[in-house]
Design a protein around this ligand. Structure first.
Ligand SMILES: C[S@@+](CC[C@H](N)C(=O)[O-])C[C@H]1O[C@@H](n2cnc3c(N)ncnc32)[C@H](O)[C@@H]1O
Length: 217
């Protein structure tokens, strides 16, 4: 199911011209938003997120899918980058919000509240102008609800299971326009490494070999 919980914002058009509202934004950001660094999670991909926001042109919509949001640490970082960029970047956050079949997630006391925590952490960013669509489910179920070849970047940070990652990569390739970016985290996980090796053999890697990326030709 695609949900647009923050429909009332519609504030992105207020972002231009960027320079005129920067002071106003900064003063609001300091008080109202939960800074990404205060959100519990696993996020080290600042370099790649910065790169992807840089790829977005100023004169066209850029559609960015993040698979694997947890409580919103990475998403809040991206939100801050997007809002501050003044670019028309639409963000699609996809997660089952049920955690993964992994020890760190099993012992998470707030697992049953992931979705609520995520939306609370993102709410103020939406008020600041972020265009956010949240999809609760897998990337495959998201793909059933949207147009193929319609997205500019997909960042995969969901399941680490080989079969899941393989499916996520296959779906991501269908969702991307040519020239779009397929990227992901967690290459040291065996399932991720195997799937990336098989389906994106020419991926570049970085961030201590944790991250991978490739432009769709
Ligand atoms: C490592 S966490 C993401 C961390 C997050 N980016 C952060 O900054 O903290 C992985 C997330 O993927 C989600 N997930 C696991 N398997 C999934 C799947 N097959 N489809 C969609 N989401 C999945 C989990 O619910 C979890 O929130």
């Amino acid at each position: 199911m695609l949900i647009h919980p923050f429909e009332e914002s519609g504030a992105s058009s207020n972002l231009a011209p960027y320079t005129k509202i920067q002071d106003h934004l900064n003063s609001k950001l300091n008080t109202d938003v939960t800074h990404y660094s205060k959100i519990q999670g696993w996020f080290e991909a600042h370099d790649l997120y910065d790169f992807l926001v840089d790829q977005a042109p100023y004169n066209q919509t850029f559609r960015f899918i993040e698979l694997g949001c947890w409580k919103g640490k990475s998403t809040a970082y991206l939100a801050q980058k997007i809002v501050n960029s003044g670019k028309n970047i639409e963000l699609f956050a996809v997660d089952t919000f049920r955690g993964s079949d992994e020890a760190a997630h099993h012992k998470e006391p707030e697992l049953h509240r992931l979705f609520d925590i995520f939306t609370t952490n993102m709410n103020e960013w939406v008020r600041q102008g972020l265009k956010l669509t949240i999809h609760t489910g897998t990337l495959a179920s998201f793909a059933n609800a949207v147009k193929p070849a319609h997205f500019d970047a997909v960042f995969l940070d969901g399941s680490h299971d080989y079969i899941d990652v393989k499916q996520d990569i296959q779906v991501a390739k269908r969702l991307l326009k040519s020239g779009g970016w397929i990227c992901g985290d967690d290459l040291p996980w065996e399932g991720v490494a195997r799937a990336v090796e098989e389906l994106v053999p020419d991926a570049e890697t970085g961030g201590g070999k944790w991250r991978w990326w490739r432009k769709k030709i």
